[in-house]
Design a protein around this ligand. Structure first.
Ligand SMILES: Cc1cc2nc3c(=O)[nH]c(=O)nc-3n(C[C@H](O)[C@H](O)[C@H](O)COP(=O)(O)OP(=O)(O)OC[C@H]3O[C@@H](n4cnc5c(N)ncnc54)[C@H](O)[C@@H]3O)c2cc1C
Length: 338
């Protein structure tokens, strides 16, 4: 069981900046996200797109903003728990017990929900039997590409992720790229590259085919794919990768006894607390009169929610308002020597 002052659910821009504000006032936190990377929508949906309305930054991409936010909280050494979805929240002895789908448990007087539009989850194969091979022979994201070395890998999908990985893995693996449509939806340079690799027999492409069956016991040893015209092919493969994009799922958040209004969590605007004591909601997921679904609003909400957490984390202490420019304790927390 991990004990902390605050658990932040969601490592999007507002969750990360809230962590900064907690660090500044001397609170500890743990940050959980279902994605395998930090940054929420900015990193998952528009890493290369320029943003023009972050105060004092005339232009930056989603990825640059994320990297700067990560850099800003580095001095606090907070832990991120990625690829973990928070499924359960329970109250016990005046604290909240938070449980993820991988079994990680945390105890804290405060929870900040910065869950955006819900947890991002990969769209999966619907073919019967695929679940039992998940994380063994079937993957929807890649954490360690080394496991595919010298193996046969069937990659399904026609977007950037599918093609980028097909190109990358074809350097050391036998790659079969399968797409249900005729045309790929990826960057033209990647489409040209896979076609070139196909011509050089360094990669095999099947378009207008879909997965029909997976076969194997502990791990997959072969699959069947079927074309639109009904042609069925059996392929010997070691691994199957599916890149079909993400779905956003508010999912478990709906079951935590919070007031929900049109898939949003109503909060007060004093400290962004919900109807449950010690549970705060910030960013795209919260709702109040005048709410703007913008990153800059999420930053403000995170700053006030962090102050709201203080009284439950340190009930015997009073939080003094301080400027970072002049506060000695803030500089100590940031590791700045004068
Ligand atoms: C294409 C596009 C362009 C945009 N451009 C701009 C712009 O120019 N300026 C601007 O201000 N805003 C812009 N936005 C909006 C901005 O990205 C969002 O307002 C912002 O990302 C919200 O941040 P957040 O931290 O609240 O949520 P998110 O960024 O959505 O992050 C929430 C995180 O919570 C995680 N999560 C949710 N539930 C769980 C759970 N149960 N367990 C674990 N993790 C969970 C999710 O996986 C996700 O990573 C744009 C959005 C899009 C899609």
């Amino acid at each position: 069981m991990i004990n902390t002052d605050v658990v932040i659910i969601g490592a999007g821009p507002t969750g990360i900046f809230c962590a900064h504000q907690l660090g500044i006032i001397g609170l500890k936190c743990e940050i959980i996200d279902n994605l395998d990377k930090i940054g929420g929508q900015c990193i998952e949906l528009y890493p290369d797109k320029p943003i023009y309305d972050i105060p004092a930054i005339p232009e930056c991409t989603g990825e640059e903003l994320t990297n700067n936010l990560i850099q800003q909280i580095k001095p606090f050494n907070f832990n991120f728990h990625l690829s973990q979805r928070v499924d359960e929240i329970k109250s016990k002895d005046g604290k909240w017990i938070i449980k993820t789908h991988k079994g990680t448990q945390m105890s804290s007087p405060n929870i900040v929900i910065a869950g955006g539009v819900g947890s991002f989850e990969p769209r999966k194969f619907t073919v019967k039997g695929c679940e039992k091979f998940e994380e063994k022979s079937i993957f929807y994201s890649i954490k360690d590409k080394e496991i595919f070395k010298n193996k046969t890998v069937a990659i399904f999908g026609g977007g950037d992720s599918a093609l980028d990985w097909a190109i990358e893995l074809s350097k050391n693996s036998k790659v079969i790229l399968v797409h249900r449509r005729d045309e790929f939806r990826a960057a033209q340079s990647s489409v040209d590259k896979v076609k070139e690799l196909n011509n050089q027999k360094k990669l095999e492409i099947f378009t207008q085919y879909q997965l029909l069956e997976v076969r194997g016991n502990a791990s997959i040893n072969s699959i069947e794919i079927k074309s639109e015209s009904g042609d069925v092919k059996s392929l010997n493969v070691d691994y199957v990768l599916g890149f079909f994009g993400l779905i956003m799922n508010l999912g478990p958040i709906l079951d935590w006894g919070l007031n929900i209004d049109k898939k949003k969590i109503p909060v007060n605007t004093k400290n962004f607390e919900t109807n449950k004591k010690g549970i705060f909601a910030i960013g795209d997921i919260c709702e109040y009169p005048g709410k703007l679904k913008l990153i800059l609003s999420g930053f403000h909400e995170g700053a006030l929610a962090a102050r709201g957490c203080f009284k439950y984390a340190k009930p015997d202490e009073k939080l003094r308002f301080e400027f970072t420019t002049t506060s000695k304790s803030v500089k100590e927390r940031l590791g700045i020597k004068e």
